[in-house]
Design a protein around this ligand. Structure first.
Ligand code: NAP
Length: 247
């Protein structure tokens, strides 16, 4: 079956790095028009723009700020006339334990949870106007395991994404919009670069598929969930972890 994604307009928060950037490349290849919303999107914009400059746009901003989340959606519609798919990949990883500062706690939840909600709320309102849409959120395997190195703020934020995804799926379903969460396992990106090589090797050894994930492994599932073939999947949680955690 064809993906049916040609000419769809996609907004990707955190689209300048890791999973977001790999998703942008994969969706551009499917014929989508792409908007990257990130803190520093210039290098990614230049890379994708070299492939098809007329189909790529970037919004520089902090999606944890309500007005900037709304602006990302508004600029997408202004630039390409619509918004069909939202991928909420912007996020921060936090390893500090319960001794973390109040500011660290609040910042992690503001970016990972509130930023996701505010972008999704504005996007669903736009998608509902034309009765079709896809929202794809990024949770984590840590929501199931309680986290390895990840601290309580990160684990809480990624667990909250699961509840948010189900609630948004109920709200958006009658408008023809699906909302699903991907739960990546260990994926090699700039976010996980700092994890010690020995720990990365230990995860690889415990993983049934005997390798760590790549951003392209997640991007392939983003394309699948955005595609026409995923039209009856909503409120779902998709593990993409090489079998490290099964449930
Ligand atoms: P990444 O390479 O660090 O990409 C995240 C992007 O989000 C970066 O470009 C970052 O910008 C941007 N960002 C951070 N805060 C932002 C804000 N307030 N507003 C706008 N953009 C912001 O990370 P990744 O590994 O691709 O992770 C993507 C998502 O997958 C995250 O939600 C993460 O929690 C989730 N995830 C990743 C893994 C993994 O193993 N990699 C596993 C489970 C879940 P800067 O770099 O400039 O800060």
């Amino acid at each position: 079956m064809k993906t049916g994604l040609e000419n769809k307009v996609v907004l990707i928060t955190g689209g300048a790095s890791g999973i977001g950037l790999a998703s942008a490349r994969a969706l551009l290849e499917e014929g989508c028009r792409i908007v990257l919303a990130d803190l520093r999107p210039d290098a990614a914009l230049a890379e994708l723009g070299a492939l098809r400059s007329q189909d790529v746009h970037a919004v520089t901003g902090d999606i944890s700020v309500p007005d900037e989340a709304r602006r990302a959606v508004r600029e997408t519609v202004e630039r390409f006339g619509s918004l069909d798919v939202l991928v909420t990949s912007a996020g921060v990883y936090e390893t500090t334990g319960v001794e973390m500062s109040d500011e660290e706690w609040e910042r992690t939840l503001a970016i990972n949870v509130s930023g996701t909600f505010m972008c999704a709320r504005a996007a669903i309102a736009e998608m509902a106007r034309h009765g079709w849409g896809r929202v794809i959120t990024l949770s984590s395997m840590a929501a199931h395991t309680g986290g390895g190195a990840a601290g309580p703020a990160y684990v809480t934020s990624k667990s909250a994404i699961l509840g948010l995804t189900k609630s948004l799926a109920k709200h958006a379903g009658p408008h023809g919009v699906t909302v699903n969460a991907i739960l990546p396992g260990f994926i090699e990106t700039p976010m996980t670069d700092k994890i010690a090589a020995g720990d990365q090797e230990a995860i690889r050894a415990m993983t049934p598929l005997r390798r760590n994930g790549t951003a392209e492994d997640i991007a392939a599932v983003v394309v699948m969930l955005a595609s026409e073939g995923a039209r009856f999947i909503t409120g779902a949680q998709i593990n993409v972890n090489g079998g490290l955690v099964m449930d």
